[in-house]
Ligand binder design. Structure first.
Ligand SMILES: Nc1ncnc2c1ncn2[C@@H]1O[C@H](COP(=O)(O)OP(=O)(O)O)[C@@H](O)[C@H]1O
Ligand SMILES: [Mg+2]
Length: 157
């Protein structure tokens, strides 16, 4: 069952990411769908905080991959932005495939560009502009064998 959340600000989207991170395990893969400025990187910033990642997540313009280490007890994170990749051949050529099969949690923006290279058991997230302004609709789809998030509709930690 997909879960739907609405956020009113980038802070709320970050908080949703923090809540989501509590559900994550080593090796999890998250596919973040959504147009430019929908909030994919903002959500990723929250996920990183929730995982115990040390550095702040940046929004790199030309970097496709950023790898983040975590504090003891946390989980490291791979942050991919596949916007500039044409297809799965580019993904494999970069050597990204093997990074999915490590202890790190992998977050992938623009997964549609490289979908054929990604496993089917990933957690799917769709971010859309809900109305004018800062409201966003965020849909989470967990694989059948995974716990849903089930947090309050206004995530607030
Ligand atoms: N509810 C919201 N959630 C996330 N970002 C929001 C929200 N409202 C406004 N914003 C703004 O929208 C932009 C989202 O940017 P970003 O997270 O980099 O998007 P993407 O990675 O999807 O291109 C930021 O400037 C952020 O401040
Ligand atoms: Mg982004």
């Amino acid at each position: 069952m997909p879960e739907r959340y609405y956020t009113q600000s980038s802070e709320e989207t970050e908080n949703l990411g923090i809540s989501l991170a509590k559900q994550l395990r080593a090796g999890d893969i998250l596919l973040l769908y959504g147009d430019l400025a929908a909030g994919k990187t903002t959500l990723t910033r929250g996920i990183a905080k929730g995982l115990g990642v040390i550095d702040d997540v940046s929004s790199p313009t030309f970097t496709i991959l950023q790898q983040y280490a975590a504090r003891p007890g946390g989980l490291p994170m791979n942050h991919f932005d596949a916007y500039r990749l044409r297809n799965e051949d580019d993904w494999y050529a970069e050597g990204f495939d093997e990074l999915l099969y490590t202890d790190a949690v992998s977050v992938i923006e623009w997964p549609e560009n490289v979908l054929a290279a990604l496993p089917e058991h990933a957690i799917e997230i769709h971010l859309t502009f809900s109305e004018e302004g800062s409201k966003r609709q965020i849909d989470l789809k967990f694989p059948a064998d995974r716990e849903a998030l089930n947090c309050e509709s206004e995530p607030d930690l």
